[in-house]
Design a protein around this ligand. Structure first.
Ligand SMILES: *Cc1c(COP(=O)(O)O)cnc(C)c1O
Length: 366
């Protein structure tokens, strides 16, 4: 039995510290916007290498509130990957702006900077690159383009906490980084949680207002805000995990290297190939195969978990039927949706499990 992801391992590893953090918050009697969130924000900003971090309710709202913080809305266009999780698109349409999807590089997973230039119009206000599967998007090229056209850039860091481009962390590469701490992410909370990292003091200040009913001073409402606050319990628990994140990501890197080694040369199997300048954190290890259904069945029979990220691209979802982007609109994203397969991966997965997974794939395709 190899689970796709072991969700109990972190508690087993850190029980005394997590229990102590839990007790500290319970005994404080203070649960929303307090010392734990403040401390977490300082620690996570330092980790990412940004001046500010604002703790929020979840990753989707982190993306959305950045756009609201920049006053984006109806009539504005935001460039977004055609190949992503639907949350990236939802943040844009939530503020009333228009999604302008751009295809990934040929084997994916991330947005192709060369195709971004062609998608820029006079209404384009921002680019929202996603570091999908923990692999950084080509931020050097994206930032060059953005500066040339006067566009804002908000990174979707949901799958890439700790990843780097030439030594700098994801979340510190654009104008703002939106993070999700959903439990399955590399840096997951024990419930919903999120944050924005940025060097922009004005944006950080606005986010603090937006997350708290539009107010800085209790019962004085400067604008129509939201309720999207990282809570004290999640902040306290995340503070226990943060010092381990780099080591956990290092373990994921070892697993990925072993997958690359053990899966090399299997016919009909495309392996992930991160660019030289990128330091991915392997949120997911995703292969491509035309015979995906057979592989999943063989893995399932062997007691090995596997998943598809993602089976239907956003433009083909019923949620976006009104955009009229039918099948064939984004062939690269559609092809990836038909062929991608995520293999077991996680900070607590034994390295030898990789060999078992690889053996099943080789026996099936080999
Ligand atoms: C998980 C995820 C989100 C949303 O985060 P939530 O905390 O679940 O709201 C956004 N974008 C991507 C790429 C994600 O994987």
């Amino acid at each position: 039995m190899i689970p796709f992801l072991d969700m109990k391992a972190v508690y087993a590893e850190l029980k005394p510290e997590l229990d102590a953090a839990f007790a500290r918050v319970m005994e404080s009697g203070w649960f929303v916007l307090g010392k734990e969130v403040e401390a977490f924000e300082a620690e996570y900003a330092a980790f990412c290498g940004t001046r500010h971090c604002v703790g929020l309710g979840n990753g989707l709202e982190a993306l959305e509130l950045v756009l609201r913080g920049w006053d984006l809305g109806a009539g504005d266009e935001v460039i977004v990957p055609s190949n992503t999780y639907i949350a990236t698109w939802l943040a844009i349409t939530a503020v009333g702006a228009k999604v302008v999807p751009v295809e990934p590089t040929p084997n994916g997973p991330n947005i192709d900077p060369e195709r971004i230039a062609a998608a820029v119009t006079s209404r384009t206000k921002a680019i929202m690159p996603v570091h999908l599967y923990g692999e950084p998007a080509d931020m050097d090229a994206i930032m060059t383009l953005a500066r040339k056209h006067g566009l804002k850039v908000v990174e979707d860091v949901a799958q890439a906490q700790g990843a780097k481009v030439r030594g700098r962390r994801a979340g510190a590469l654009g104008d703002a980084g939106a993070h999700s701490f959903f439990p399955t992410k590399n840096f997951g909370a024990f419930g919903d949680a999120g944050a924005v990292t940025t060097d922009d003091a004005k944006l950080a200040d606005r986010l603090r207002v937006l997350r708290n009913y539009g107010s800085k001073v209790k019962y004085v409402n400067l604008e129509r805000g939201f309720n999207s606050r990282l809570d004290e319990m999640q902040a306290a628990l995340l503070r226990v995990k943060l010092p381990r994140l780099d080591a956990w990501n290092e373990h994921r890197r070892r697993l990925a290297a072993r997958y690359n080694d053990k899966l090399a040369g299997i016919p009909g199997l495309g392996l992930p190939r991160a660019p030289q300048w990128a330091e991915p954190v392997w949120h997911l290890y995703v292969v491509r195969a035309e015979r995906r259904a057979e592989l999943m069945e063989a893995l399932d029979k062997a007691g090995i978990g596997s998943l598809i990220h993602y089976p239907i691209p956003p433009h083909l979802q019923a949620a976006y039927a009104d955009l009229g982007l039918g099948k064939g609109s984004f062939p690269l994203a559609e092809k990836l949706a038909e062929t991608v397969l995520s293999l077991p991966m996680g900070a607590h997965m034994p390295e030898t499990a990789v060999d078992e997974v690889a053996a099943v794939l080789r026996a099936t395709l080999g």
